[in-house]
Design a protein. Structure first.
Length: 208
């Protein structure tokens, strides 16, 4: 095939694979030229997230049957393809109001213009479906109390949509009217054993 350099600045006649290896390097690619479909399965296409750095919030778990949105732990992502997945990662710290109560977590998945569903274990009878849980082991008046990990988890979700998805971390308690103190212990006095923590939620779109 004849290679022709046209007067308009274009080149015709170059077949696929006709250029020597290495002739097109990274510097020759325009910014954003490699689109999501070209990056290949498993590639990270975008990352969004949020964080909760202060300790000004208390979540009042009034009802044992109710799930409560975890303060500032929500983020929205819009997948480029319905075959792509979302890798969710979170870490949260805090302390419960009293000892011997179970605090549970799960994700709420709200699709724009669609359904709101939840990421948790499969339902079975009257059992509570959760993603994870801890048993609180400190009293509110215990001067040795210290915040603990509420949870830390990674989960690969398959939402099968190109609509915006808002993921929200949720908390539930096995006892009524049992507060959860976000990023701090219950007493939170100026002591070395009363640390302050932080939490974050990160969403990563993974090519399918």
């Amino acid at each position: 095939m004849t290679i022709t350099i046209n007067g308009n600045g274009t080149v015709t006649g170059v077949s696929v694979g006709g250029l020597p290896d290495g002739i097109v390097d990274t510097d020759m690619l325009a910014a954003g030229a490699v689109t999501a479909p070209k990056k290949g399965a498993g590639s990270i296409l975008q990352v969004v997230g949020t964080g909760k750095l202060d300790a000004t919030t208390t979540i009042d778990c009034v009802d044992i049957a109710t799930w409560y949105d975890y303060t500032s732990m929500n983020a929205t992502i819009t997948p480029a393809s319905s075959s792509n997945k979302i890798l969710l990662s979170f870490m949260a710290m805090g302390e419960g109001e009293t000892s011997d109560y179970i605090y549970r977590w799960r994700y709420k998945r709200a699709i724009s213009g669609g359904a709101t569903t939840y990421i948790a274990a499969s339902t079975a009878g009257s059992r509570t479906s959760v993603m994870g849980m801890i048993t609180e082991a400190y009293y509110a008046d215990n001067q040795d109390s210290t915040p603990t990990y509420f949870g830390c988890s990674n989960y690969l979700d398959s939402p099968s949509t190109t609509s915006a998805i808002t993921y929200t971390l949720q908390i539930n308690c096995g006892g009524a009217n049992k507060d959860w103190y976000v990023n701090r212990c219950t007493s939170d006095t100026d002591a070395q054993a009363h640390e302050r923590g932080m939490g974050w939620l990160t969403l990563m779109e993974v090519a399918g």
